[in-house]
Design a protein around this ligand. Structure first.
Ligand code: SF4
Ligand code: SF4
Length: 481
């Protein structure tokens, strides 16, 4: 309800996007986009006439403009005095509290049967030659630890990870058997997920997946010629055919799965082809993730392996625009769409600074993100620690290091609360790395920033138009803007 005499002023953080007759307006500090399917010019003229000290409802005599004023106020584009100095969103999860959802990565095996050219697992920190696997004691203690930290009614997503987790599948089976059908206290729930290269397929895996509703993510870097270049077997042989045979087994048993490609210089020009290939292989989501240029030993990979961020962005955009697969089946497009649905609330790029993506190494060491494993300065604790992990100073410093307000270019970026600053892993890992050249640093920034700046504006149009359509369908007798 508007106050007749209250003066409303134009937001200083106004973003306006225009296309022919259409327009979208929002305040980037409190994004709540307002879409006009037509009449762009009328709105622009109205906004242009608002004096610096504002306009009141009582000053407007035309009822159409009164409705317009009301809409602009509702969407935070015009602000009353008290709202002009409103603070930007605050973090919804305080360190020290119990998260409602935890994605816990268990490194069942550090050892892997592939030899991917971009493998993140450094020889030293992953002791690859020693073929280390997690013990039963560490696995169970990890689950108990994060169940304890989980809020009542919360969800623990237990992710079997590696190296290659299927090389220690017997351990996963013990966890499945114990927790799979167990009623947990306080209404807590466990969901199981397997991230695997699927080069091997242990007997009984189909039954395990079905019985415990395990979701699956497997890596395929494109058709055979591309995939075999970057993901050969540890002995140097191609891996594509064996992986596809195992995917067929899943398909025959009606088990859904997602496929992911790591994007490097060698496949960045084939993004559309990769998405189409993933879908043809039966994947329900095609994930495209740009290569991380630093290993867990903090060794920087050669620049010659990195995709040009412009090519990566162009590939994503074209896969989306040409509808190679529906937007909800292409990652990160689907994730970006989700942020519109929740209204742009990303204070932080992900769960790592909040402690909601813990990764437990084979020896029980805990890190806040899978990419931090083996890096001692980023170790969060161990499963044997008795204190409250969520009060660790590491989370505090990660929060400050990754917070939007502390990024060089983000505080005044119109997409900041949709983007959250992008995955900070590359930034966190290169900052103190003397090997990292300016080129690597530029890559680390652009590979997360450029897709956001190009794709969010595209998606906001689709999102706004589809919302508008729904509004018309749901309220056929009301006036829709
Ligand atoms: S788009 Fe770029 S500048 Fe904007 S918030 Fe994301 S990373 Fe920061
Ligand atoms: S830092 Fe990056 S990889 Fe790690 S949890 Fe966050 S978004 Fe994911």
């Amino acid at each position: 309800m508007l106050i007749q005499s209250e003066k409303y002023r134009l937001s200083k953080a106004l973003v306006s996007l225009k296309k022919e007759e259409e327009a979208i307006f929002f305040d980037y500090n409190f994004p709540n986009p307002l879409y006009f399917s037509r009449g762009k010019q009328i709105v622009e003229e109205f906004l242009a006439k608002i004096p610096p000290d504002g306009i009141s409802f009582g000053e407007i005599l035309n009822p159409d403009y009164q409705i317009l004023l009301e809409l602009l106020v509702q969407h935070g584009i015009l602000l009353s005095g008290e709202n002009l100095s409103r603070q930007t969103k605050s973090c919804s999860h305080e360190c020290g509290s119990s998260p409602g959802e935890i994605n816990c990565y268990l490194l069942l095996s550090q050892y892997c049967n592939l030899a991917c050219v971009y493998c993140f697992n450094g020889d030293e920190s992953y002791s690859r030659m020693e073929k280390k696997i997690m013990t039963q004691e560490i696995a169970f203690q990890s689950v108990e630890l994060f169940l304890k930290h989980l809020a009542p009614q919360g969800h623990l997503n237990l992710i079997f990870f590696g190296g290659e987790p299927l090389l220690n599948w017997d351990l996963a089976r013990l966890l499945l058997k114990h927790y799979g059908n167990k009623e947990l206290p306080d209404g807590k729930k466990i969901h199981f997920h397997l991230t695997s290269n699927l080069l091997v397929f242990p007997d009984g895996l189909v039954e395990d997946i079905k019985r415990y509703d395990i979701t699956i993510l497997c890596d395929v870097d494109g058709p055979a010629s591309l995939h075999n270049q970057t993901r050969p077997c540890a002995g140097g042989f191609p891996s594509y055919d064996r992986i596809c045979r195992n995917l067929e087994v899943l398909q025959k048993n009606a088990i859904p799965y997602s496929l992911r490609a790591t994007i490097t210089k060698s496949n960045v020009h084939a993004i559309e082809e990769i998405v189409a290939h993933h879908i043809a292989l039966g994947s329900n989501v095609s994930s495209l993730v740009a290569i991380n240029p630093i290993t867990s030993d903090e060794t920087v990979l050669p620049v010659s392996m990195l995709p040009d961020p412009k090519d990566f962005t162009k590939g994503l955009l074209q896969a989306y625009q040409k509808k190679i697969a529906p937007a909800n089946q292409i990652f990160p497009i689907n994730q970006m769409m989700e942020t519109f649905k929740i209204g742009g609330t990303m204070q932080f790029p992900c769960g790592a600074p909040q402690g909601t993506t813990p990764t437990v190494d084979v020896n029980g060491d805990i890190y806040p993100c899978i990419y931090f494993v083996g890096i001692s300065r980023l170790k969060w604790g161990t499963i044997y620690d008795t204190g409250n992990l969520y009060q660790s100073p590491l989370l505090g410093s990660l929060k400050s290091e990754t917070s939007l307000s502390n990024q060089e270019n983000c505080p005044t970026c119109p997409w900041k609360y949709f983007c959250g600053g992008g995955c900070p892993v590359k930034r966190v890992l290169i900052q103190a790395n003397p090997q990292a050249s300016e080129e690597i640093k530029r890559y680390c920034h652009e590979i997360t920033c450029l897709p956001s700046k190009v794709i969010f504006p595209e998606l906001i149009w689709e999102f706004s138009r589809s919302q508008h359509k729904k509004n018309i369908q749901n309220a056929p007798h009301e006036i829709c803007h």
